[in-house]
Design a protein around this ligand. Structure first.
Ligand code: HPA
Length: 271
C-alpha cells in the first residue's frame, strides 16, 4: 500500500489535485483516442514512483489527465502485459493508482483475435464476460483489505448498464458492434490452430493477452468496468493467416475511429 500511496501522492502533486472521474486503458494500436482529449497533464510512466515502464514498441507510456467529451478522465496510454515479464501486481499497479485517484468507472480497450465465425477483421466487440487463462492473477497473496475483499464476486464482471448504453450508442451511430466473451492468454506467441479451436470450444468469442488482470483488480475494488475488443485478425478455420504486428496495428487503426466515438459518447453519458 505504501508504494501505491507514494505514486498517488506524486500524481496529485504533479496535477494540482486534478480529480479524474473515469479511468481509461488503451490497447495495442488504439492510442489515438488521446487526440480527442483536451490534455491537462501528461506524465511519463518512468517519472511516477514505483510505476512499471512499457517495453512494447507499439505502446508509448504516459498517464494522461484531461477532458474527454467534457468529462475528467485519466488515460493510460500504453499498458503492461504479463508476457513482458512484469508480475501481476505490477500489471495492475496503475489500475489501483487510478482508483485511489478517485475514478468511479474503468473503460478498457484491447486488440484481440476473433474466434466467433460471425466476426470480421476490424469489428468491435463489447466484452460481456471473460475467461482467465493467465497462469496467475493479481489477487494471489495476502489480501489488500484496504482495496477489497478476499473473495470478490465475479458473477457480473462487466457492468450491464454500460454494455446496454454502449449498444444504444452504437445503434444511434450505425456502428456495427458484436458482443461476446474474451479469453485472456499469457502469450506472447499467438495461438496454434488447435489452440484456437480449443478456445472457441470453451466458449470464447475473442482472444487476447491483456485486460483480464486489470479487470480482476478493478472488480476487487468494486469499480464498474466496461471493455471493448477490436478484432484485429480472424482465428477460425479457413480464415487463419500468419499474423504480423503490422497487420494487427493496421486493423486496429481501421476500427479506431468507431472505438473512440463509442468510448467518448459512453463516458459523456455517465452520471
Ligand atoms: N491471439 C492472441 N492475442 C491477440 C490475437 C490473437 O490472435 N490478435 C490480437 N491479439
Amino acid at each position: 500500500m505504501k508504494e501505491l500511496q507514494e505514486a498517488v501522492a506524486y500524481l496529485k502533486e504533479q496535477t494540482q489535485n486534478y480529480q479524474p472521474d473515469f479511468g481509461i486503458i488503451l490497447g495495442t494500436g488504439l492510442g489515438a483516442l488521446v487526440n480527442d482529449i483536451k490534455v491537462k497533464y501528461a506524465i511519463p510512466y518512468e517519472a511516477i514512483p514505483h510505476f512499471p515502464v512499457s517495453t512494447v514498441e507499439s505502446h508509448s507510456g504516459k498517464l494522461i489527465f484531461g477532458l474527454l467529451g467534457g468529462r475528467q478522465v485519466v488515460v493510460m496510454q500504453g499498458r503492461f502485459h504479463y508476457y513482458e515479464g512484469y508480475t501481476m501486481e505490477q500489471v495492475v499497479f496503475p489500475v489501483r493508482v487510478m482508483k485511489l485517484l478517485g475514478i468511479q468507472k474503468l473503460f478498457v480497450s484491447n486488440a484481440a483475435g476473433g474466434l466467433n465465425p460471425d466476426f470480421n477483421t476490424s469489428d468491435l466487440m463489447v466484452i460481456t464476460d471473460h475467461i482467465n487463462l493467465q497462469p496467475t492473477n493479481p489477487l494471489i497473496g495476502p489480501n489488500k483489505n484496504e482495496l477489497g475483499s478476499r473473495f470478490p464476486d465475479m458473477s457480473q464482471v462487466y457492468d450491464e448498464d454500460l454494455v446496454r448504453e454502449a449498444l444504444v450508442i452504437a445503434a444511434d451511430h450505425a456502428i456495427l458492434v458484436q458482443t461476446g466473451v474474451y479469453v485472456s492468454v499469457p502469450g506472447p506467441m499467438l495461438e496454434t490452430k488447435a489452440e484456437y479451436k480449443y478456445l472457441s470450444l470453451i466458449g470464447a468469442d475473442a482472444v487476447g493477452m491483456s485486460t483480464v488482470p486489470e479487470i480482476i483488480a478493478a472488480r476487487h475494488m468494486d469499480l464498474p468496468c466496461f471493455a471493448l475488443s477490436v478484432i484485429t485478425d480472424m482465428c477460425v478455420p479457413g480464415k487463419i493467416k500468419k499474423v504480423v504486428l503490422l497487420d494487427i496495428l493496421e486493423a486496429a487503426a481501421k476500427a479506431e475511429p468507431h472505438m473512440t466515438l463509442l468510448m467518448k459518447e459512453l463516458i459523456k453519458r455517465q452520471g
